[in-house]
Design a protein around this ligand. Structure first.
Ligand code: GLY
Ligand code: MN
Ligand code: MN
Length: 423
């Protein structure tokens, strides 16, 4: 859990970053319709949550900055016995004033009235893509608009110790789910059964939700990068790529393991698996402050290209293959991404001058090389066709190198086979 004092600290930092004589508006998420009168489960906006820890909808955080002070105002939903009977309790203004260390609390229906007091300010910071009619109308009072998201998201790059603790909690739940998946899988079961087991484990252990839609892809399905149908049988002799991670108290985990349905890797599966694994381990070893993520990616392209030449998947001169990016057919995605409140954390990769931001202590990123060989790819030795492999861990950058937060999840061939044979 993150304390209100930490949220207050974040608001103070943000307040200092705003320009003088300005107003900033940060909105909660809206409900999203699923169909007719059903909705997707509500999830708070990540930036709003980062600054408040408040999970209720129809809430707004406002900063008013003048030369002499920075005022924070929180708008929350009014208490309403009838609506609370249907939709659950609301904190309400009175209690919110006690919980949140902000200067003022109002009910959300007073947003326009209160904002109008500040329409003489020079500059407005808000989400430039927001659809809120009240904010859009208010924004017409200003000639100078700035994107508040950019400022908050750059703050989210470096994780505090309490954030790291929550990420570790998420990973620890995800670890159990992946290990149980190794025990559960067997020929004849369906991908959705495995998915259900994994997600049952998330919920059973207190994770609010999955951090993204789980991918449980057997055999050739693993070559569809965003395969989420998860409705095919687990076939003896094939691999299953499982990309699944829970969200725990608003913090993500993002883990991929690729395991054999029958518990044993075949020789061609081993060749490909070890190439991806060796690449992943080499890249993780490179991680330390000041390294560029693009250098990690470049190295992963080099290692996978060399390995694919050795296996006869790519043919020709190494330099030419690299220059022509021939690996992209088999390794089409990046080496990894920031992770935090969002699985693909909304944090910048480049600074204001468009220069790549190097790794720093406290950043969390995934490292997830993969190789995907389509079953109909006639350019590749037959034995490798229809195999898709990704191995993904969540890495914290430390002052000297890195900590693999998910290293407890088995991933060597020996350990996966050993864990499979136990059940
Ligand atoms: N699970 C999404 C990703 O690996 O980026
Ligand atoms: Mn990922
Ligand atoms: Mn993933």
């Amino acid at each position: 859990m993150i304390k209100e004092s930490e949220y207050k600290k974040r608001r103070d930092i943000l307040g200092k970053k705003l320009r003088n004589n300005s107003i900033a508006i940060i909105l909660s998420s809206e409900h999203k319709k699923r169909s007719n009168d059903t909705e997707y489960p509500y999830r708070q906006d990540s930036n709003f949550y980062y600054l408040t820890g408040f999970k209720e909808d129809n809430s707004v955080l406002v900063f008013v900055k003048s030369k002499k002070e920075i005022k924070t105002i929180l708008f929350v939903q009014k208490k309403d016995a009838q609506l609370e009977l249907w939709n659950g309790k609301r904190v309400g203004e009175k209690k919110a004033k006690k919980i949140f260390n902000v200067d003022k609390v109002f009910s959300s229906d007073r947003l326009t009235e209160v904002l109008d007091k500040y329409k003489e300010k020079k500059r407005l910071f808000f989400d430039l893509t927001c659809k809120d009619k009240r904010v859009k109308k208010f924004s017409k009072n200003f000639s100078k608009h700035e994107d508040i998201r950019k400022i908050i998201e750059s703050m989210r790059l470096i994780k505090s110790s309490s954030e790291i603790k929550l990420i570790k909690n998420a990973i620890s739940i995800t670890t159990k789910a992946h290990h149980n998946a190794i025990k559960f899988k067997k020929p004849g079961k369906n991908e959705y059964e495995l998915q259900s087991e994994i997600e049952y484990d998330f919920k059973k252990r207190g994770a609010y939700s999955d951090a993204y839609t789980s991918i449980v892809a057997c055999g050739n399905s693993a070559n569809t990068l965003h395969y989420i149908q998860n409705n095919q049988a687990l076939v003896d002799g094939e691999l299953i790529l499982i990309d699944a991670g829970c969200e725990y108290d608003y913090y993500a985990s993002d883990i991929t393991r690729t395991i054999p349905v029958n518990g044993r890797f075949s020789k061609p599966q081993k060749d490909l698996y070890n190439l991806v694994l060796d690449t992943q381990l080499r890249i993780i070893e490179m991680i330390k402050p000041n390294i560029l993520r693009s250098d990690l990616h470049k190295k992963s392209e080099e290692l996978l290209t060399r390995g694919m030449i050795e296996l006869g998947i790519l043919k020709g001169n190494y330099k030419k293959l690299i220059k022509n990016k021939k690996h992209k057919k088999y390794y089409p995605h990046g080496i990894g991404h920031w992770m935090g409140i969002d699985v693909h954390d909304q944090a910048p990769y480049k600074d204001e001058k468009d220069k790549e931001i190097p790794l720093k202590k406290g950043m969390v990123l995934t490292i997830e090389p993969g190789l995907y060989i389509d079953k109909n790819d006639k350019n590749v030795p037959k034995k490798y066709r229809g195999i898709g492999i990704r191995i993904e861990d969540d890495i914290l950058v430390t002052s000297t190198s890195s900590e693999n937060l998910s290293e407890g999840i088995v991933k060597s061939i020996k350990d996966i086979e050993k864990m499979s044979s136990k059940f």
